[in-house]
Design a protein around this ligand. Sequence first.
Ligand code: NAI
Length: 214
Amino acid sequence: MAKETKISMAVIRRLPKYHRYLGELLRKDIDRISSKELSERIGFTASQIRQDLNCFGDFGQQGYGYNVKDLYDQIGKILGLDKNYKTIIVGAGNIGQAVANYAKFESLGFHLQAIFDKNPKLIGIKIRDIEVKDVDCLDTYLKENPIDIGIICVPKEHAQMVADIMIKNGIKGIWNFAPTDLNAPDDVIVENVHLSESLMILSYRLNESELFKE
Ligand code: NAI
């Protein structure tokens, strides 16, 4: 399917949005859409959408547009959503519990296997039927249970230590909520989440007109 081996991150970061909108169309039983209509809904230009999708193969047909189900499935495949991933969360505080409680991740193929914390008040409690384990057991747990994705929700001072245990035990994907840049070998993918950066963009946009006032 892939025409190129290396796709730009800018294109990849737009794919989840395509996937989400196509999923909404599917739920409304819309089976076909032109790139113009898709662009009006998504807010990218039709040529941007065509260019993005052309990186992966020929999806649309002149005069027909896109088959919604096909495109949804193909983009899901490109995003690796046709697979299942075993995940764990380390840090069962505010963010860790919010992530653990968000059941939609399961339907995307991300299956939470275990949660760890170091706080004795949290160890033993259940979040969506998963008991929080003592982080001292993390190393042993990972040796016995292969995990694909580690989700880090601890304070930044502890994040590298947690990442090191994950990496040492073969975890290849880290979803990092701690506000720190983790050191990881090239074969480990770290995806950082920064809610505050998104909030700063909102704040910029709220104040943008003042910056350019005469
Ligand atoms: P929290 O204090 O509610 O939870 C942190 C949890 O980590 C606590 O339960 C604590 O016992 C546990 N913990 C600490 N050290 C640990 C270790 N070595 N091993 C296992 N568990 C350990 O904090 P909150 O609000 O949930 O934030 C968690 C992290 O997420 C922080 O680094 C914070 O800066 C970050 N954060 C990131 C956001 C983002 O947009 N990415 C937004 C808000 C917070």
